[in-house]
Design a protein around this ligand. Structure first.
Ligand code: GMT
Length: 375
């Protein structure tokens, strides 16, 4: 197939899923065309089946806000027409699904039918999408898509409950490439971070409010009272500075490292003992899956789709959102006992294997074929 992929080219989960999916489809012999405003992270190499089309937004003094959606729709029209695409797959509803609708209408005037698949990733529904500013457009463009997928059952249900959706939504979960994400021998790194064999806790995110990153610091403070430990905070975003200040105020900063954005996240996960994800809302939790693939169990909130990934008492534990006391106690119970921790580490990897790329990729391929056949 000739597939167009539209996504945010950033470190966010939806961009990562879109990019990894595109690369895997290209490896499988499909021709994949990325359409976005910047070269997606992890796509900076040559492959005969991968193409990148940059959306350039022309500015003009009259515009307070440059019309990105119009530039995106125009680029979609151009790429679909001249590269003869079979299908467009847009990741994150806003504004990609509505821009695709516009492109589809324009292409119809040239006698071209292009099926559009929209994948809902989470905040496009749970936070931004249901905001009244965008709701009518999000509802309309989901209903106008030829196919709609969501990354968890929970996200599917939230979409039906918050929007007036007439389309069937197919659940295709996030996936993991176990060739990249696996436990790697990094003993020298572990020794540098935890010279006295302290346990290593890790949190990775984009430090937005929805991640409740300050809870990570409160949980760590409680853990530190019982277990010698170090905390790695990976990523960057608006809440990072508040976490830094909090960790100084709580006196945990000398045991905490803020590493900023990191490319080789699998290497850092490889030295870690426990992943903390106290999110307010989380449609799937790709970062937790990446940790599990590197044999790191997860203590998380029970928000959104997390119960579809993290098995309570098996691959980690779950607590109610904001219950830092419970998350700390559960973490301590794991970190205090080598045998239990090792059992949870094995369980985490076993669970991650259920989301292996080789199992999820065919679900997308079959879904594309079904949507193309119906349109
Ligand atoms: O988690 C983020 O802040 C990034 C966000 C995104 O849309 O880029 O991630 C969402 O999509 C990921 C991939 O499908 C999911 O694994 C994340 O759970 C989801 N984030 C939230 O729902 C908060």
């Amino acid at each position: 197939m000739k597939i167009g992929i539209v996504c945010y080219p950033t470190f966010g989960g939806s961009g990562v899923v879109a990019t990894e999916l595109g690369k895997a489809l290209a490896d499988n012999g499909h021709e994949v065309h990325f359409i976005t405003y910047r070269q997606p992270a992890r796509l900076d190499f040559f492959s005969e089946n991968l193409f990148y089309h940059e959306v350039a937004v022309t500015n003009y003094p009259l515009f307070d806000y440059a019309p990105y959606e119009l530039a995106l729709s125009s680029k979609m029209v151009d790429v679909v027409r001249f590269e003869k695409l079979d299908i467009l797959h847009v990741h994150y509803a806003i504004p990609h699904a509505s821009a695709a609708f516009m492109a589809k209408q324009i292409l119809a005037t040239f006698g071209i039918t292009i099926p559009v698949v929209t994948t809902l990733h989470g905040t496009d529904i749970t936070l931004v999408g249901k905001d009244l500013t965008y709701k009518p457009v999000v509802t309309f463009s989901i209903n106008q898509s030829d196919g709609v997928t969501a990354v968890s059952e929970d996200l599917k249900e939230s979409t039906y409950s918050h929007f007036d959706i007439t389309k069937d939504i197919e659940v295709i979960p996030n996936f993991i490439d176990l060739n990249r994400f696996s436990l790697q021998p990094k003993d020298h790194f572990k020794k540098a971070i935890a010279p006295f064999g302290e346990r290593i806790l890790i949190h990775t995110s984009n430090f937005r409010k929805v991640k409740r990153t300050q809870d990570v610091i409160y949980i760590f403070k409680k853990i530190l009272e019982k277990v010698p430990a170090k905390l790695l905070m990976v990523g960057d975003g608006p809440e990072r500075v508040n976490c830094e200040v909090l960790s100084r105020d709580l006196g945990t900063c000398e045991h905490t490292r803020f590493l900023g954005k990191q490319e080789a996240i699998e290497e850092i996960l490889s030295v870690s003992d426990l992943f903390l994800m106290p999110s307010e809302s989380e449609s799937f939790g790709l970062a937790a899956l990446e940790a599990m693939a590197c044999k790191v169990p997860v203590v998380s909130s029970n928000a959104g789709g997390l119960p579809e990934l993290n098995i309570n008492g098996v691959t980690g534990y779950m607590s109610n959102v904001g219950d830092v006391e419970d998350m700390a106690q559960k973490s301590i119970s794991l970190l205090k006992d080598d045998d239990i921790l090792n059992q949870f580490k094995d369980n985490a990897l076993k669970r991650a294997k259920e989301f292996d790329l080789s199992l999820i990729l065919p679900l997308y391929e079959k879904y594309y074929q079904k949507v193309i056949a119906l349109s």
